[in-house]
Design a binder for this molecule. Structure first.
Ligand SMILES: Nc1nc2c(ncn2[C@@H]2O[C@H](COP(=O)(O)OP(=O)(O)OP(=O)(O)O)[C@@H](O)[C@H]2O)c(=O)[nH]1
Ligand SMILES: [Mg+2]
Length: 324
């Protein structure tokens, strides 16, 4: 039973951490960018683009949702991949609500089963990190919602996805499943309303003008990585990471000079990233600079270079540094 008087309840703001989970390329980052109204997380056609638990913030009069983008959960024994899945599963345990994103255009296979299993264990275990009962019904509530995404594609099959959810997450009511298109901005209002409805009462976590809590260096590195993936996706989308080595405000804080490195595994990959006569690295740097100028208030000067960091994908120290 709720002990607050109605007037106090009305005044109560909502605030929740929402983990956004799903398999690689389901459209989690696209959906988060749409909901936050800004590009907080990089998007690409290559699976496993997101490597960290990135927070995007939605502010409304009712309160605040902190959406935690997570790497796609998938099945693999490789070290980098295991760490990505670990990051995602940790975020699930630490959130009040979970938004499960499915790709309606793909039949659910073993990977989808793995995601559903991770969510089912949360559903069985608890009511979220804060122990809240979001529905106010007095019944335990797993706080899971599902976004059945990519409904704009010709091969999208809502019923197939719904049927999968009914079988694998029987406690999830149909009323918590939403057909959406993150790309076309369809169906997301109802989803967002329900997220706010289910959010527990509490004060905001961040000031209302924030739409992400990422450090500047991390954001700059991610934007460069996004532009690099776009141009290298055939060859080596996952073979590199980006590090901001130095930065300096110039011209009374109006310009931001940044030196960043694209760090690849082998000497032979360096040439691929640099391109003929330096053409590819130049294109990556130019596109990243444009995007940085758009996203931030400063004018950027970007000194972008390539170097090797041997075998970084198997190096725990580096993985800790870039994956958190
Ligand atoms: N047609 C269509 N494409 C979409 C939609 N949402 C996302 N995509 C595309 O799907 C691809 C993957 O999107 P992301 O948002 O990067 O997917 P993700 O789930 O964050 O992927 P990882 O970070 O790799 O786990 C991109 O090419 C998106 O443009 C949608 O609603 N419709
Ligand atoms: Mg992503």
């Amino acid at each position: 039973m709720d002990v607050l008087s109605p007037s106090v309840q009305d005044a109560g703001q909502k605030a929740a951490f929402v983990a956004v989970a799903g398999r690689p390329s389901a459209g989690k980052s696209t959906l988060i960018n749409l909901l936050c109204g800004e590009k907080v997380s990089i998007v690409s056609p290559v699976p496993q683009t997101t490597r960290n638990a990135i927070r995007g913030i939605v502010n409304r009069e009712q309160g605040q949702l902190v959406l935690v983008d997570t790497p796609g959960i998938h099945i693999s024994e490789k070290k980098l991949n295991l760490r990505l899945t670990e990051t995602a599963v940790r975020a699930l345990g630490e959130s009040d609500l979970v938004l499960y994103v499915l790709d309606a255009s793909r039949a659910p296979g073993p990977e989808e089963e793995a995601v559903a299993a991770a969510l089912a264990s949360r559903a069985a275990g608890s009511t979220g990190s804060s122990g809240i009962d979001p529905s106010g019904s007095g019944l335990p509530d797993s706080g899971i919602l599902a976004a059945i995404n990519k409904m704009d594609l010709p091969g999208a099959d809502y019923d197939r996805a719904l049927d999968f959810l009914r079988r694998r997450l029987p406690a999830l009511p149909d009323s918590r499943c939403f057909p959406v298109s993150a790309k076309k901005n369809e169906g997301v209002t109802a989803l967002l309303d329900t997220l706010f409805e289910l959010a527990p009462r509490g004060p905001s976590f961040y000031p209302a003008e924030y739409y992400t809590d990422q450090e500047i260096d991390f954001r700059v590195a991610e934007i460069i990585r996004g532009e690099a993936i776009k141009r290298l996706r055939e060859e080596l989308p996952h073979a590199f990471y980006v590090e901001v080595a130095d930065r300096e405000f110039r011209n009374e804080g109006k310009r931001l000079w940044v030196r960043a490195f694209i760090i690849c595994e082998r000497e032979s990959q360096k040439g691929m990233i640099v391109g003929k006569g330096g053409s590819l690295i130049k294109a990556i740097g130019e596109a990243a600079r444009k995007e940085l100028n758009r996203v931030f208030d400063w004018k950027f000067e970007l000194d972008l270079r390539v170097k090797t960091g041997k075998d970084w994908r198997h190096n725990d120290r580096i993985l800790r540094k870039i994956l958190g």
